[in-house]
Structure formats: structure tokens, C-alpha cells
Design a protein around this ligand. Structure first.
Ligand code: SF4
Ligand code: SF4
Length: 274
């Protein structure tokens, strides 16, 4: 079962218009127009229906979701009908926000990240122009609502959310401070656009060094089986032991609480034994 999983990230397409210094898109991600095929997408939904998945599903996995707004809306509507208890979320850099982009977008939650640190007033005005009802203004974010969709605008994102910025993950070595367990692979599944299943947000199909950590492909196997395979259990055990120094966890910025909060708003629990 997928009982421990709180977040599944789907790479519904592989493109972003930006190249942020803190994003793996910059150094090990393809930037492709390719979208996740319906064959892969519908197979994922079928597998999730079987276990009545009711936690969070994100459409953001190192891509800019609003680059292909109609495809996003179509895919959201399919999953909304078939997994009515799941919470559907996405995050955006805000570059393609418009009334048209948000019209009929049936997400439960959209997170907008102020990567350019424009400040609260500018972010507030953008929401106002989009017709968003402002619910509350906080120090670091603005909460709004548009129809049934909650909107969170994270103000001054790189000041408020990032603890540090690392430019080149291939040469950074965090092993001297890498002593905490990582429970992300217990609570998270990432699925790349080709159907490959990744155990954490740091492992990507297109990085040759990561190939060995891919757990399987939804076209070949059931997602539940993949998540509970000996390979997946082995990776979780590996990530969850103290003082490991080996790749990929020794290079991982995520494990160091790179972000103060997770992208989609859930806080990963610490020190859970699987
Ligand atoms: S906007 Fe988001 S997905 Fe795009 S490069 Fe920046 S952090 Fe990565
Ligand atoms: S430490 Fe990083 S690379 Fe290792 S499992 Fe956790 S998120 Fe993945």
C-alpha cells in the first residue's frame, strides 16, 4: 500500500522558461517540450485508484506548469473525477499568470513563488489584477482564493524560503554536516514524464548517475508494487540511516532542509522509521 505517501509529484511536461541557480533544472534536467503521454498518465491514475489514494498530488516537478496551461487543465480535470479525495496542487514561477491561465483551472491549491523578490505590495497587486479574493496577508506570503482554488503567493521567495543557494551540486560536498536521517523516500514519490518512478525529489531520469536509483516504470509495473519493491525498501533504509556519506545523499541539499517549507506546503516528518 501507499499508506505512508503524502505527496506524489508528476512531471506532466519537461520544460521551464527559467534557469534558477538553486534548481536541478539548471544542471541535470532536460528542458524539453515533451509532455507526459496519456498512456503513462492514465496508468498512474489507474494504479492510484486501486489504493484509493487521497493525499497530495503535485503537477510540478522541475517544470513551469503554466507553459502548457490547457494540458494542465485537461490533466487536472481527468484526475479530479477519478481521485476525488486527493488534493491537487501545483507551483508556478508566475511568469505566465493571467486571467485566462487561471480560468477553469480546477486545482485545490496553486503556489506562486516570487523568485524576483518583488515584495509584498507588487505581489498583492498582481493577485488583485487577476481577480483573486485576498483572504489574508502574512509576513512572508499572501493567501487568496479564486473560485474553489486556494492561492498562496510566497513573497520574496529566495529571501524567505531558501536557506542557502548552491550552484553546482556535482562538486558540493555536504558530508561533514550530513548526519540526519532522510525520510523523504517514505513520504514521497516522483514520476518522470516517461513513467520512471523516483524515490525522492533529487533523483531524475535524465541524470546518468541517478539511473541506478530509479525504482521502476509505471508502464511495466503497478505503482504500489514499485513502491513496496525490495529496491524501494532498500533505498528507504539507505536514506534513513545515520552518517551515510555515499552518493546521492552526501550531495543532497534537500536533506539539509534546503527549503524551510516544502514546495507544496506539507512538512516532511523527521526521524520516522519505515
Ligand atoms: S522556475 Fe522553478 S522549475 Fe524553473 S528553473 Fe526555477 S526553480 Fe526550477
Ligand atoms: S538525502 Fe536527498 S538524495 Fe537522499 S533520499 Fe533524501 S532527498 Fe533523496
Amino acid at each position: 500500500m501507499l499508506n505512508s505517501v503524502k505527496l506524489i509529484e508528476l512531471e506532466i511536461h519537461g520544460k521551464c522558461n527559467r534557469s534558477c541557480s538553486f534548481c536541478c533544472k539548471r544542471f541535470d534536467k532536460y528542458n524539453t517540450d515533451e509532455v507526459m503521454s496519456d498512456e503513462v498518465y492514465l496508468k498512474i491514475i489507474k494504479d492510484l485508484e486501486q489504493v484509493k489514494y487521497s493525499e497530495m498530488i503535485s503537477f510540478s516537478r522541475n517544470n513551469e506548469v503554466l507553459l502548457y496551461t490547457e494540458e494542465l487543465k485537461r490533466k487536472v480535470n481527468i484526475i479530479k473525477d477519478r481521485l476525488p479525495n486527493a488534493t491537487l496542487v501545483a507551483s508556478t514561477n508566475g511568469d505566465y499568470l493571467s486571467k485566462d491561465a487561471l480560468k477553469d483551472l480546477n486545482l485545490d491549491k496553486l503556489v506562486i513563488k516570487d523568485y524576483d523578490c518583488m515584495g509584498r505590495e507588487k505581489c498583492y497587486n498582481i493577485l488583485y489584477e487577476l481577480g483573486v479574493d485576498i483572504v489574508q496577508v502574512y509576513d512572508t506570503y499572501i493567501e487568496g482564493k479564486l473560485n474553489n482554488m486556494q492561492i498562496i503567493y510566497i513573497v520574496d521567495f529566495t529571501k524567505n524560503e531558501l536557506l542557502e543557494v548552491k550552484n553546482d551540486k556535482s562538486t558540493d560536498d555536504y558530508s561533514d554536516i550530513n548526519s540526519n536521517n532522510c525520510t523523504k523516500p517514505i513520504e514521497y514519490i516522483g514520476i518522470d514524464l516517461n513513467g520512471n518512478v523516483s524515490p525522492c525529489c533529487q533523483i531524475h531520469t535524465d541524470n546518468q548517475l541517478h539511473q541506478v536509483f530509479i525504482l521502476g516504470n509505471v508502464k511495466d509495473n503497478n505503482l504500489d508494487h514499485i513502491f513496496n519493491s525490495s529496491k524501494a525498501v532498500g533505498f528507504r533504509n539507505y536514506a534513513n540511516i545515520d552518517n551515510k556519506k555515499a552518493f546521492p545523499c552526501n550531495n543532497c541539499s534537500s536533506k539539509l532542509n534546503y527549503y524551510k517549507y516544502s514546495h507544496s506546503g506539507i512538512k516532511f516528518k523527521k526521524n520516522i522509521k519505515y
